[in-house]
Design a protein around this ligand. Sequence first.
Ligand SMILES: *[C@@H]1O[C@H](CO)[C@@H](O)[C@H](O)[C@H]1NC(C)=O
Ligand SMILES: *[C@@H]1O[C@H](CO)[C@@H](O)[C@H](O)[C@H]1NC(C)=O
Ligand SMILES: *[C@@H]1O[C@H](CO)[C@@H](O)[C@H](O)[C@H]1NC(C)=O
Ligand SMILES: *[C@@H]1O[C@H](CO)[C@@H](O)[C@H](O)[C@H]1NC(C)=O
Ligand SMILES: *[C@@H]1O[C@H](CO)[C@@H](O)[C@H](O)[C@H]1NC(C)=O
Ligand SMILES: *[C@@H]1O[C@H](CO)[C@@H](O)[C@H](O)[C@H]1NC(C)=O
Ligand SMILES: *[C@@H]1O[C@H](CO)[C@@H](O)[C@H](O)[C@H]1NC(C)=O
Ligand SMILES: *[C@@H]1O[C@H](CO)[C@@H](O)[C@H](O)[C@H]1NC(C)=O
Length: 644
Amino acid sequence: MFSHFPTMSLFVFWFLACSNLFVSAQAQEDPCAAIAGQKWVGASDVRACFKMFAYNETIKANIVEVVNKTMAFHTSTNYEIQAPAPFDDVHQDIIATLARVSSQSYDSDFDLHVDVATSTRTMGDGHSVYVNMCYDSTYTSYVPVPLVLLEDPDGGQNIYIAPEAYTVFSQDFFAGQVDIWQAALGNITLQSIAGAKVLSINNDDPWKAVDANAEITGSYQSFVDSVTLVIQRDNATSADTITLPYRARFGDSSKAFTDAISFWNNNCLATSTTNGSPVTNSASIDISSTAAARFSAQHTTNLSNSEPLIVDTILDLNSAPSVPMPSSLKPTKNPYQTASDAWSYMLDDGKTAVFSLGNFNGANGEISLMVGFNNLVRLLPGQKAERLIIDVSNNQGGLVCAAAYLHFLLFGNTTTTSPQALLPTKFRVNDLSQRIVQNIIDQNLSTKLLYHPSNLKNASNVQFSATTNYLMEDVEDVEVNGRADQFSQTIGQECQPFYYLKPSQTPQWTGEIAIVSNGRCASSCALFATTLAKEEKVKVVSIGGKKGIAQEYAGTVGGQSLDFSGIDSQIKSTGLKNDEWAPPDFITNSYQGITWRLAQGVDNNGQPEEWQSRPATQNYQLTREVIGSPWKIWTDMATKIFDN
Ligand SMILES: *[C@@H]1O[C@H](CO)[C@@H](O)[C@H](O)[C@H]1NC(C)=O
Ligand SMILES: *[C@@H]1O[C@H](CO)[C@@H](O)[C@H](O)[C@H]1NC(C)=O
Ligand SMILES: *[C@@H]1O[C@H](CO)[C@@H](O)[C@H](O)[C@H]1NC(C)=O
Ligand SMILES: *[C@@H]1O[C@H](CO)[C@@H](O)[C@H](O)[C@H]1NC(C)=O
Ligand SMILES: *[C@@H]1O[C@H](CO)[C@@H](O)[C@H](O)[C@H]1NC(C)=O
Ligand SMILES: *[C@@H]1O[C@H](CO)[C@@H](O)[C@H](O)[C@H]1NC(C)=O
Ligand SMILES: *[C@@H]1O[C@H](CO)[C@@H](O)[C@H](O)[C@H]1NC(C)=O
Ligand SMILES: *[C@@H]1O[C@H](CO)[C@@H](O)[C@H](O)[C@H]1NC(C)=O
């Protein structure tokens, strides 16, 4: 991944990142009891607790069966066996891997988890990640050496400890930990290592460690005890070798426990939202309480809507750690907030405006973003902006129609925005999904069901009749990586007419635009950036990345994302839970994401956009002068990236 996406972990260095319940029935001491009730503990102590839980065949069989059967609904399972260049580092045959998992045993339940979780993460797809909250989100571990890639004054490039590291790690959030890290450093101060050049990581070339970390999509903590770095500090005459312990923080939404049994019972078993539940007309869809909603605001919705909102978002457990952003690092001049994570600014040059779009999630569904985008765009002429930077760094997506709306606002009603401002999609077809649709039709079930024909349009953007089994008509047989596969007819757009708020028909912006991305722009963000770049020929600037390697501006595209519990709700609602292809309920506190519909490409529109290259037109390298300050980055960039 690293070779194509310029991202580096800016924030946290996630380093390569019941008697029968226990491994040893005669456990003398309980390592979970030893850490109970403490906010911060050593990462190695957490691992000792996790390692207590015995490997259990029943649990393994359940996880394998749920994941395996859910993968039949993931559009990309066969594509990810081996993706084409430049995505050729994606090569995970998850079905074969699950067969291997099935046939082997493990030292503990945790070892099983690490194998399954790591395998899904190497599918290189932020939509198809397997998570067990028990191990993945009860604790989060930190080490105060976030790494950044900086360009040196001589044009060379090196890995550094982020210069702003101390500002971030000396906050109250890390109370008590700074003393522990300082003690580990001896006579070197924690403050003085910020900005140091990294010469090696665990006795290896730092690039090697960073690349290995980037192989794993969606972050992953391996609960290693410590990391050893050789660093060259600014004013030091020689290099220093430092070893820092990982410290793990108990999550704000993790359930308290007193010992191993209560840890397991409170954090590791399926909850009321792990599995799906029947969707009826009268039931209000409280989607905000589903498993996926725990990770992002992806499912925040206007509950009075009759139709489900279309969401495309990646599950990145650690993309937004709850570490507060120190105010000194935030842009403060002329901010104009438009939505929860969308801001606009006018730079001091008096002609460059910046939209900073953290995600496409609106507090009340699409409406709040649409209102916000309208205000944001209308404000620009008043501010005499001539050029616009749209910074989508770290934008993990959200509401698909909000992305379509912004595209429409900027470019008006043209052939590229009407009737479709994003991309058409296709479903992966299987026997069970065909029967789900048929049962919805035969039993006249709720239009709140995602598979309901009335929620979907055909390739000419005409709504299917309530009795059309669109998964049975025009099924396309394809071969993907040597495997027979089936996809649906092309599904058209579902965002227009934008009935919440009509956009103006004429373009609301006529100046130059540059999309700016650190490569972490996925899902709805990738749909937005890709259509602007490929259809509107908007300039796209990648931030950072290894010099000499072409950088992609957007990662996982998907089309519409979903998860096991969403599929399970469709299955339960249609009376098909006993079907041989229906995944059983998870018995553990687990989650499996999928791409439910796959967007079709702009340039090669008979093939998924997912594996078509999205190269940045320009690259902008971060330097010590600008790192840590978005304002300085935008200001410096504005002098370099525009034609006028
Ligand atoms: C394995 O887990 C299942 C499900 O939680 C449980 O019923 C069973 O007793 C466990 N088996 C052993 C040998 O502990
Ligand atoms: C996974 O599902 C496939 C069918 O898609 C089946 O052939 C295979 O045996 C299953 N694997 C496991 C480990 O159950
Ligand atoms: C820190 O102490 C070690 C011995 O413990 C010494 O070798 C080293 O020079 C000292 N470093 C600094 C920067 O004072
Ligand atoms: C290194 O020395 C320069 C000049 O004395 C000083 O400005 C800078 O703050 C020092 N850097 C560190 C990390 O101490
Ligand atoms: C919810 O959607 C309806 C339209 O279906 C709209 O009238 C209402 O204002 C929306 N509510 C909020 C809080 O956005
Ligand atoms: C299907 O259900 C809808 C709403 O529940 C109802 O209005 C409609 O008449 C039903 N159609 C048939 C054919 O029963
Ligand atoms: C979509 O549906 C309309 C109405 O049934 C039909 O005329 C049109 O040919 C369909 N388009 C495609 C691509 O199937
Ligand atoms: C775009 O223009 C077409 C043709 O005039 C019109 O039918 C359509 O409703 C317009 N789209 C929007 C979103 O206003």
